[in-house]
Design a protein around this ligand. Structure first.
Ligand SMILES: CN(C)C(=N)NCCC[C@H](N)C(=O)O
Length: 275
């Protein structure tokens, strides 16, 4: 029987991750965080180690940035920078609680020999709000990254940057509502976007996989794809089935502890794209 979808091809990736040694929920800067609910740091570390191991088993390279005491959200490295063609735009965080993460990321990239490293002039939460699809950047705003940051991203990387407006505070970063599956395919949760942004996504990606509310609410869109294998929260069952129908290989991961901070697999994973 002929395939209903093109052959999906995996490409080896390089990821930056940060062990959640100091993970806890001691403040609330998104609707998922509840400081009165206990966290289990040992379990968070175990779940995170499994994610790292999975990447390596799949043939990807994981690099590590040292966790800093007092920065419990540093595990969410996707927010630390955007790295394209070897250039690094280091995040400027919206909330004071995360501000010092910028310094840690900036020194990591500078000591790692990256040739162009600069700190964002506007609020810019890195890959949490900037997703590369082929040679186009989809950029979110509404809760964290400011629209002015999108212009800076375009100027720094010389790529087309299309702004998308988020409307639901539970989906406060673009990567909670949209995931890149391949250079020409995405999946997203339409209700997280304004009608204009939904129309733009529909016109650009008519073949996108549209997630249902149940999958979006368990961070099913906070997924990491290498072009074929897609790591996503294990609770996003129907989205996993839809991915399999479309020719991808869904790989469920359990990051229940890190979910308490308002993040999933993608938040813990910053892609490093060399020159
Ligand atoms: C998919 N998401 C949301 C991320 N890319 N990052 C998670 C950041 C969580 C952190 N407590 C915060 O609220 O900033």
């Amino acid at each position: 029987m002929p395939h209903r979808f093109p052959e999906r091809t995996a490409r080896p990736r390089r990821y930056l991750m940060c062990r959640p040694t100091y993970f806890t929920v001691e403040y609330a800067i998104n609707p998922w965080m509840d400081p009165s609910r206990p966290t289990d740091t040992t379990l968070a570390v175990r779940q995170w180690e499994r994610l790292c191991a999975l990447y390596e088993e799949l043939g990807h390279t994981v690099e590590l940035i040292d966790p800093v005491p007092g920065l419990p959200d540093m595990v969410y490295t996707a927010n630390g920078a955007t790295v394209l063609d070897g250039r690094v735009l280091v995040a400027t965080f919206r909330h004071a609680e995360r501000a010092a993460e910028s310094e840690a990321h900036e020194s990591w990239f500078r000591s790692g020999g990256y040739r162009e490293v600069r700190r964002a002039a506007h609020v810019n939460e890195g890959e949490g709000d900037h997703l590369l699809v082929g040679r186009r950047v989809l950029a979110g705003s509404g809760f964290r990254t400011s629209p002015a940051a999108h212009t800076e991203t375009r100027d720094v990387f010389g790529l087309q940057v299309l702004g998308l407006d988020l409307v639901d505070p539970r989906f406060y970063h673009l990567d909670t509502a949209l995931a890149v599956l391949a250079d020409d395919q995405i999946m997203y949760y339409p209700a997280a976007f304004t009608p204009d942004s939904q129309a733009l996504l529909r016109s650009l990606y008519p073949d996108a996989i549209l997630a249902e509310r149940e999958d979006a609410e368990v961070f099913g869109l906070n997924a990491v794809s290498d072009g074929r294998r897609v790591l996503l929260p294990e609770a996003a069952k129907s989205l996993a089935a839809r991915l399999a129908d479309a020719g991808y290989e869904p790989i469920p991961v359990d990051l229940s502890e890190l979910f308490k901070g308002g993040g999933g697999p993608k938040c813990c994973t910053l892609e490093l794209r060399p020159a």
